[in-house]
Design a protein around this ligand. Structure first.
Ligand SMILES: [Zn+2]
Length: 169
């Protein structure tokens, strides 16, 4: 699992099981979390905060990414951070944005959804919007409903990424 975290930091494709590529991270050092450390805060009004701590445990068990609770004593050390807040749907930005960036979690977003949204904040794309996608498939835009189109576009087409497929996880 060291390899996976190293790949995140280097901005390379994540590989497991030899040559099988399992995920693609956003390109660009500015989107990476400094030293693999992700500071975070949780809105006090967010229900079921255990799904967040469980999701963080999941990431820390499987990678060497580390999450640090941001408090009044370390704010100057951690200017860039995730703020989990109650919102409609489950959504995140892709990669580190700089400053405070939010992850929205509706009441129905599960631990699995939270793991998923944290993955986006770390820089992971959905398979259908991977940066190498267009080398492999052709999209028939005329067959896609308008509400689904943002999810099908490539990087930089949108910053805040809302789930269209898996909000019910
Ligand atoms: Zn997603």
């Amino acid at each position: 699992m060291e390899k996976k975290a190293a790949a995140i930091l280097a901005g390379e494709e994540v590989e497991e099981d030899g040559d099988t590529t399992r995920g693609v991270f956003i390109t660009g050092q500015k989107f990476r979390w400094t030293n693999g450390i992700v500071p975070y805060e949780i809105d006090p009004n967010l229900p079921n905060q255990k799904r967040i701590t469980d999701a963080i445990t999941h990431w820390q068990e499987k990678t060497s990414i580390r999450f640090v609770w941001r408090t009044s004593s370390n704010t100057s050390q951690y200017p860039n951070y995730i703020y989990f807040k109650p919102e409609n749907g489950c959504w995140s930005y892709i990669g580190m944005q700089g400053g405070r960036q939010e992850i929205g979690l509706a009441e129905g977003c599960s631990t699995g959804s939270t793991i998923h949204e944290i993955g986006h904040a770390l820089g992971l794309w959905h398979e259908q919007s991977r940066e190498d996608r267009d080398r492999n498939i052709r999209i028939h835009w005329e067959n896609i409903e308008d509400r689904e189109k943002p999810n099908k576009k490539l990087r930089n087409a949108f910053k805040r990424h809302k789930e269209f497929f898996d909000a019910q996880d």
